[in-house]
Write a protein that binds this ligand. Sequence first.
Ligand SMILES: Cc1cc2nc3c(=O)[nH]c(=O)nc-3n(C[C@H](O)[C@H](O)[C@H](O)COP(=O)(O)OP(=O)(O)OC[C@H]3O[C@@H](n4cnc5c(N)ncnc54)[C@H](O)[C@@H]3O)c2cc1C
Length: 326
Amino acid sequence: MSRSQSPVWVIAEQTNGIVPNVCLELLGKARELGDEIGAPAEVFLFGGVSKEQIKLLFHSGAEVIYYCDSSDFENYQQEIYAETVVRQAKESQPQIIFLGSTFIGRELAPVIAAKLETGLTAHCIDLRLNQEGILEQIIPAYGGLITIICPEKRPQIATVAQGVFPSPEADTGRSGNIIKIEPPRGITTHVQTLEIVRKEPEGVPLEEAPIVVAGGAGAGSKEGWQEIANLAKTLTAALGSTRPVVDEGWMDLETMIGQSGKMVRPDLYIGVGLSGEQQHMVGISGAKVMVAINNDAKSPVFDQVDFGIVEDCHHFIPILVKKLKE
Ligand SMILES: Cc1cc2nc3c(=O)[nH]c(=O)nc-3n(C[C@H](O)[C@H](O)[C@H](O)COP(=O)(O)OP(=O)(O)OC[C@H]3O[C@@H](n4cnc5c(N)ncnc54)[C@H](O)[C@@H]3O)c2cc1C
């Protein structure tokens, strides 16, 4: 197939020289969509990585890597990263740009979209092309799923969380070109990242946990939340949350499951005191067995799970924990 169409880009970051899975997953999607329309998948990579990581990007479908490996790019600098992408995008004219819904991607995507005067769809849960080759960006909204398109402006920009798409099969026969990118000259930066101090993750990471207990607003208070945390601890499960729990400050944002949080695929998911809103439920669509505990028998969560328990969690969870310990 001739590669005559303007490219599909993935903006990739790295942590300690490793490209996060979400960037590879997006590269797989970029290659799949690019193949449909004869467009190359290309990666814009910030920060130095090993030769093995570069090979992995080529094997995963990149035909070109725009490689920003100078020391100016080592730590995330929003204004420098955004300006670098924007200047190259004006030259290379990508038709699509994908970014991971990582902390960096979430901040960078709207800045790039605004500078290029185009649209952005955040936290997509699916991406496909319509018959005209326009990107359909699917997100949960208004109690269902909606499709967003950006018919006139280019590039079409979307962010996606880790785990939405599978990792692409590596094809060791693939290779491509590296184009070194220098930091842009003549831009004034207002904020500088001097150092990045990483918080060590506690317990089993949500995305890898075989059992996930997720709590919602039904916990009622920080003390009520502790009961749900106890259930997770007793089951050696990872503890997840819904948006209100994060808004209340009972848990950190990194524990939020759903459209704008994490995607989980446990063998067993137990949702406690949550209503089953789409924005949360898309994050657990890969769970094998789902259980909900809710005091409202009419709660929509019960239509979406395998087993439902109609109980007040403050009454039921301490008894369950006691029984499990016995
Ligand atoms: C663009 C966008 C993105 C979003 N992204 C996310 C996301 O990624 N993740 C996410 O979680 N949300 C997200 N949200 C918010 C989402 O729409 C819902 O508001 C949220 O998921 C609801 O959380 P909840 O179920 O905990 O709370 P509620 O909807 O308030 O439900 C609380 C439930 O607890 C039950 N309950 C109350 N008391 C008890 C008790 N004592 N025992 C047992 N049950 C009890 C109630 O019956 C009720 O069903 C997003 C929203 C938008 C607009």
